[in-house]
Design a protein around this ligand. Structure first.
Ligand code: HGY
Ligand code: MN
Ligand code: MN
Length: 413
């Protein structure tokens, strides 16, 4: 274990995070809000580009804007580290960004200790889906698990409805070369992503690091309920086709079936809208999003199938219609045993408390793992708060993660 100046590492990690919470890096001051093709996201990428260039890394961008920084000529084998630096629309300072900062700190330690490890850092575009409603979009593009029609037509900006393609071109990228992105993952010896846990297992068990052994899979979808807009005062209750009532029934049913499924399956309706959305109009239409996740793919699929048929049945019984459309899905993903083992050895060597664990949250590593042996390191976040502006983590845990990853990579290359 190299003798690492932990105080210096902590100070650098803290300085990076503090800088990136500044007004130049977020659209609003009430939360960290930055996502693909916004100027504040571009400023965030500029910040990292400068840091990596100062370390002698070559910085480039894939055809849609994922940042890539490497200290080896292209074609040579590298070990990958990174995460994402876009944020949830109600984001905090650590989700994603801490992972890129930890990757940067690994590169600093590599330089400071003259280890000359072959490294490539990736900061994935649009992990949160805050720009186009499509989570893990940059890494799904990289592993080619989207269609060109998605990028040209189907994936549209939540702000202005224009296509992903148009926005990528307006930002100066060349989406027509999107398939070339797959080469970013060529010749990888492995990949490690650091992330805040976004739950409270590490905090409640007094551990400073989590070595992730698997990532829960997920299904994202939408249910649209079509009823009839009527006068809220003149329409008797028995004459109504109230879309909001069916939506409400679906929300409570999702909770019931997710609990019943067990296997750590979870279900959330995070987006809910009714139209026309007026106090004196019976809702003619309702839309609810479905986010169903868990480590057991069969349970996740069963919950979605069950809520889909429930929505259809209760709508039909009331003379309404309910349609389900899937947005996207990724299977539960196991981490690479040998990288997990090296991380556990390095964590043990740090003499700091750590544990192995499941990730309930989704991460770009789910995509990378389809091409490269991968693993993740978690650090605690206060009370598990995340996707919220009061998200908090300790830069010292981030620095510890970079130390452990730096040690593990030395044994993996
Ligand atoms: O929602 C997720 O799992 C990730 O934080 N985008
Ligand atoms: Mn994240
Ligand atoms: Mn997130």
């Amino acid at each position: 274990m190299a003798t690492i100046d932990r105080a210096a590492s902590i100070a650098r990690v803290a300085a990076d995070i503090n800088e990136l919470t500044g007004p130049a890096y977020t659209l609003t001051s009430d939360a960290i809000r930055r996502y693909a093709y916004t100027d504040v996201y571009a400023s965030t990428l500029d910040y990292f580009e400068t840091q990596f260039t100062d370390l002698g890394f070559d910085v480039s961008f894939d055809p849609v804007g994922t940042l890539v920084a490497r200290n080896r000529p292209s074609g040579e084998p590298v070990f990958g580290v990174g995460s994402h630096c876009d944020s949830n629309r109600n984001g905090g300072p650590y989700d994603g960004t801490l992972g890129v900062v930890v990757a940067l700190e690994v590169c600093r330690l590599n330089a400071e200790h003259g280890a000359d490890l072959p490294l490539q850092v990736i900061s994935f575009l649009e992990e949160e889906g805050s720009g186009f409603g499509q989570m893990l979009l940059g890494s799904r593009i990289m592993v080619q698990s989207v269609d060109e029609a998605d990028l040209r037509e189907n994936f549209r900006s939540l702000d202005d409805g224009r296509s992903f393609w148009e926005h990528a071109e307006d930002a100066g990228y060349d989406p027509s070369r999107w398939r070339e992105s797959v080469n970013v993952l060529d010749n990888h010896l492995g990949w490690i992503e650091t992330h805040i846990e976004q739950a409270r297992v590490l905090q409640d068990t007094g551990n400073r690091l989590g070595i992730v052994n698997a990532i829960a899979g997920y299904i994202h979808g939408d249910i649209t309920v079509i009823g009839r807009a009527d006068h809220a005062g003149a329409t008797p209750m028995d004459f109504r086709h109230d879309a909001a009532v069916v939506a409400a029934m679906c929300i409570t049913e999702l909770e019931r079936v997710a609990k019943e499924a067990g296997n750590r399956t979870v279900g959330t309706v995070g987006e809910l809208s009714v139209s026309p959305g007026l106090i004196n109009v019976v809702p003619g239409e309702a839309r609810l999003s479905l986010d169903v996740r868990g480590p057991d793919d069969a349970s996740v699929k069963d919950v979605v199938a069950s809520i889909k048929s429930y929505a259809h049945e209760v709508a039909e019984a009331r003379g309404l219609e309910a349609n389900y459309a899937m947005r996207q899905t990724l299977p539960a993903t196991a981490m690479d045993a040998s990288i997990v083992s090296e991380l556990e050895t390095a964590a043990a060597g740090s003499v700091e408390p750590y544990r192995s664990m499941l990730s309930g949250a989704a991460h770009d590593t789910m995509c990378v793992a389809s091409r490269v042996p991968s693993a993740m390191v978690f650090v605690p976040c206060r009370d598990g708060i995340s996707h919220a502006p009061d998200e908090e983590a300790d830069p010292a845990d981030g620095a510890l993660a970079s130390e452990v990853i730096f040690e593990a990579i030395q044994r993996l290359v």
